[in-house]
Ligand binder design. Structure first.
Ligand code: CU
Length: 300
């Protein structure tokens, strides 16, 4: 009985103590569906958990061995078997069905007018790329990766010319945002807790996730009363020694502010023009690596 009481108190304490960390304020449209499902599931299994734990400890106390007491022989009851099989089966099926419905809504195709952002995990940081004014990400391939071109963008692809790699992610409030997720080395995982967004970054297997942010960073700062508040992208897959350092700031702007920010960004290739010389291509459009600037100039 002591176990039941102490265990119950610790259980309740762990809930209340970590409440704020576990329940970050919500800032996305689909997050409301996730939260609803989470809380329905939590309440259902919470009630069952509490009842079964109380019975488990209480019965083992009540029916403990006594010399003058014999156990009642009660081998089988079909009705009871059916009841305790059917009820959990139906409840589980309903929860699974609701989860599947919600998940297929969340992972439906992103709207055409989504803001597209590429996020690439590497040991140990995030690399982020925007498609620029043309709205098209240039082609990328691991074979193009070098110390400067960390995302392996093909700079002979015209679509790459206006791609930019900012130090912070900016997204507009109320507009759909599509994250195209890749990894360069091991499995990482994109986690944006305020948006209820989590998706693995898997080498060789691009993944994606789209969402609609519903609160700007400024709104969240006044809601939380914390003027320093920032949305954070964290890696949520233990990926090596520097895993803890994989932190990236995400800013939700009003749409006008977002447009201003976009206009102020300059293409990656403008900041690193030396990459162009590496990407002088032959007729088959194959990259000739490590060409000097002089060689390229003479060829041109
Ligand atoms: Cu990681």
């Amino acid at each position: 009985m002591l176990f039941l009481i102490v265990g119950g108190v610790v259980f309740a304490w762990s809930f209340s103590d970590s409440w704020d960390q576990m329940n970050q304020p919500l800032a996305s449209v689909h997050g409301a569906w996730t939260d609803e499902l989470f809380w329905i599931t939590m309440v259902v299994i919470g009630i069952v958990f509490v009842i079964t734990q109380i019975l488990l400890f209480f019965y083992s106390y009540k029916y403990q061995h006594k010399d003058d007491k014999r156990a009642y022989y009660y081998p089988h009851n079909n009705k009871l078997e059916i009841v305790w099989t059917m009820i959990p089966a139906v409840v589980m099926a309903l929860l699974v069905f609701a989860g599947w419905k919600t998940w297929s809504n969340i992972t439906s195709a992103a709207p055409e007018d989504s803001v597209v952002i590429e996020v690439m995990g590497k040991q140990f940081s995030w690399l982020v790329r925007y498609p620029g004014a043309d709205g098209k990400l240039g082609e990328a391939n691991v074979q193009y990766i070098d110390a400067t071109n960390e995302m392996g963008v093909n700079f002979s692809d015209p679509n790459s010319m206006d791609d930019f790699m900012p130090r912070e992610i900016h997204v507009p409030k109320g507009k759909p945002v599509l994250l195209k997720i890749r990894s360069r080395d091991v499995i990482h995982s994109v986690f944006l807790p305020h948006f209820r967004l989590k998706m693995d970054a898997v080498p060789g297997m691009p993944t994606k996730f789209w969402f609609v942010p519903s609160k700007t960073t400024a709104e969240m700062r006044s809601e939380t009363g914390n003027p320093e508040f920032n949305y954070e992208l964290a890696c949520t897959e233990i990926c090596g020694r520097g895993h803890f350092a994989m932190r990236y700031i995400l800013v939700v702007d009003e749409p006008e502010e977002y447009e201003e920010w976009m206009a102020a960004q300059s293409p990656f290739i403008e900041q690193n023009p030396q990459l162009l010389t590496k990407f002088a291509t032959d007729s088959k459009n194959q990259v000739v690596l490590e060409k000097s600037a002089e060689e390229v100039k003479t060829e041109l």
